[in-house]
Structure formats: C-alpha cells, structure tokens
Design a protein around this ligand. Sequence first.
Ligand code: FE2
Length: 240
Amino acid sequence: MEIRIHDIGGYILRNYVLETPLGWIGVDSGYPGGFSRYRARFERLAPLREMTFVFLTHAHNDHAGFLAELLKESGARLVLSEKSLPRLAAGENILPEGTGFISRGARLFSSLMKSGAYPPVVPDGSALVLRDGRDQPFLDLGLPIRVVHLPGHTADSIALFLEETRELLCGDAAANAVIAPARHAILIEDAAAFCRSWDDMLALNPTRIYPSHGNPFSPEDLVKYRRYLDDNALFPPKRL
Ligand SMILES: [Fe+2]
C-alpha cells in the first residue's frame, strides 16, 4: 500500500503530511499564527477537507500552535496521546520538574519555551485518544502505520512508523537541526526515558528517521550518539 511522505514545512520545523489511500494525515501543526501559510502549502497538494486525520506528536507550541484552527477548518479527526490532553487544555508549554536543556546555548530557548502560549485545544468526540501501544487506530483501519510511544522529550511524545517502508516520523524524540547536537532534542523532560525511546526506535529497525526539526537521517546516527547523554548533564531551565 503506497503511503507517501510530503513535507510542506521548512528546515527548522517540518510539516509532514502523509498521502494514504484513506485520505491525508497531517502530522502536527506549527507555531501560532501559521495556519494560512500551512493551508496554502497543503492546498498545492489537495483540498484541506481531504485531510482525514491530524496526528499530534506532542503538545508543544511549535507543534500545536494552530492545531485548533487546523482541526476546525479541515474537519479532520485528532489522534493524540491521552497525556497530551491536559497540556493542550492549558494552551502553553509545560516544563515539568526535572526538565533540562541539552546545552547552555539551548537553554537560551527557556524564555521562548515559557512564552509558548497557543490557543488551547479541547478535542471533540471524534478525537482518537491513545492510552498506550495497544491503541492502533491506523492499523485498525488497515493502514500499515503504527503509533509508537517515545517519551523523554515530553511524557506525551508519540511517533508514526510506516511498517512497509520502515520510515519513522519521530517528532522530537530526535532532531537533526543545527541547534541539536548529536541528534538529541534541545529540551528533555526525562533523560532516562529519552534514552529508552532511542532503544525503542532502533528496535524498530527503521530505514530512515524523519525528525520534526532538521533533516531526515539514518538510524546509524542513533547508535553513534547513543551514549551522548551519559556524559552530558542537562542544563536546568533558567528561573522562569
Ligand atoms: Fe517539542
């Protein structure tokens, strides 16, 4: 079954959309205020009403910033982790106790993260709320797309694994942009969980990994940078 990955975003923030025989699946939204640009880019591919699902990798402002608008205008069903619900309802980035940044430079983003307000989202009855790996809405529909839970960057981080091509859209469970050394996210809520999620990604034996930030990369990079966190303490956020 052919499932095609398109990217209608940019280097710093990808906007993957999946073309499937059952309609389009949008992966995340983007920063608040970005909807009209997103819509224009998507509609070069298809009318927005053909978006059947919006999959949320996690509730940060650069992923959920115009989620409310996207859902309303597309009529798509939201697919999300149940752990995203309180975060989306708050409409701002939550930095739980223990959250840290990967470098001193990355910590400069603290203030940006903290001012990360966006229109809150309270999913309607059509939303598919996932508790754990047993909930597989796409597989249930006959689409060879597995939802994978990859906590660490945030507790609610989930990803999509295309089973036939073994391509992994990992959200922020890894990154490959200039600000992210060694494929790590710049912000990590739980370093141990983050490392376990890398093991889980490798266990999938992916052919290619598509992060939300930066360029797609080979899973060999995960092996190469696997130990990075062992020797590098996280930098706690500045007093906010
Ligand atoms: Fe994030």
